[in-house]
Design a binder for this molecule. Sequence first.
Ligand code: GUN
Length: 279
Amino acid sequence: MQILDGKALSDKIKIELKQESILLNEKGIFPALAVILVGDDPASQTYVNTKEKACGVAGIKSIMHKMPSSTTQKELLDIITSLNLDSSVDGILVQLPLPKHIDTNAVIEAIDPKKDVDGFHPFNVGRLMAGLDGFVPCTPFGVMRLLEEYKINVRGLDACVIGASNIVGKPMMNLLLNASATVEICRSSTKNLCEHTKRADLIVVGVGKINLLTADMVKEGAIVIDVGINRNAEGKIVGDVDFAGVAPKCSFITPVPGGVGPMTIAMLLENTIKSAKNR
Ligand code: GUN
């Protein structure tokens, strides 16, 4: 069994991106990411602060907009419009989830697809589905990069993705399909989930349920990617996989923390540098 070390790879990528930032600076381009956080959800606050810190390491200017939960949709859309028009801004990220009174789809569609470093705009969603270049959502992009780093070729593998969100499951499905895997999408509510996972050579799970994937659900030699981030009863960060039980059966497995999480951040920085290069 080998651990897929997302922390180590993300550190390496951040150093490479810092070099790219320096080259861009020499051309008078200073990569910048605007991050918008609406409300005071503690988990979102933590994510946004982590993103801001990582920007600093990669030589990216971070422009933070922290707005109260009472912010109206119009106020948010006005900020996005001004960031779309600001030629010194390369990426715009609106941290999700948004307060209930705001239409998330309207907000995502308001972002200029050329600055959509989250890859959530339907323009980029469509390009990914068609196998065209565009911005790829950071978490599944990070998973693919981690697999590549460890020379894992998914061509011909049976992949089971558990979770069908726009942020993780659906783009993960498209990336695996584009890489010639055979893909099925399940949910935590899939009946006889075990029958699906047991057949899979590669399992990607990201639904936010502690111990959703247990040893009896995994075949010998499987590759297991844990996208879950949960806090357990002791306050520790854990994924969706019963790591202690599942790991001995795997050929490769990601830990939580230190697996997919840091890769998500690294891909956000990479998308921002990509946008800056396109300026
Ligand atoms: N909320 C949870 N994951 C993400 C993400 O990747 N991007 C944004 N914008 N919000 C999120």
